[in-house]
Design a protein around this ligand. Structure first.
Ligand SMILES: [Zn+2]
Length: 164
């Protein structure tokens, strides 16, 4: 019989090993700790709401984009999220397609998005930016407007309009 593999308890409060995510009872220990650390259950709820706020999600997306951190970037998108142009052309749909599309762009060390202006209306965030990247003729700058729809703390859709 193969031995069950032990891994560190995920509670972050102990040094025990366990077969699941948590040593017995440590999920409850973590729950109590998180509530206390936030200053109460209501504060924890508000903290989560602020992290999931559309503007916050889009900002995380922008930071990950500029850090060329594909894992962090894809984490801001819903698994079935769609990217399209303003005229309706689908650029990518779903994590696999999004990842494939962005992986190539993130391989460019010159890639950078500079935010000019951001507008937020409910679940919709509009970023007006200048994107720098390496084109066939060297470094290129292009102006872009990105319209994001954020639901449940992730990007549901992104619609892009670029200057060229
Ligand atoms: Zn633990």
């Amino acid at each position: 019989m193969p031995a069950k593999r032990l891994k560190p308890c995920q509670c972050g409060l102990c040094t025990e090993s366990t077969q699941g995510d948590f040593a017995p009872g440590h999920d409850q220990k973590l729950r109590i700790h998180l509530e206390k650390a936030a200053g109460g259950l209501l504060q924890l709820k508000n903290l989560l709401a602020s992290v999931q706020a559309p503007e916050h999600v889009i900002n995380r997306q922008l930071v990950a984009y500029n850090a060329r951190d594909l894992v962090a970037w894809i984490g801001t998108y819903a698994s079935d999220a769609i990217q399209k142009t303003l005229s309706g052309e689908v650029l990518a749909k779903g994590h696999a397609a999004l990842r494939a599309r962005m992986k190539a762009r993130m391989a460019d060390p010159a890639l950078h998005a500079k935010l000019l202006k951001r507008s937020v209306m409910g679940q919709v965030v509009v970023d007006h930016e200048v994107v720098t990247e390496t084109g066939p003729n060297g470094i290129e700058h292009m102006e872009m407007v990105c319209v994001y729809l954020v639901e449940d703390g992730v990007i549901r859709s992104a619609t892009f309009h670029r200057s060229v």
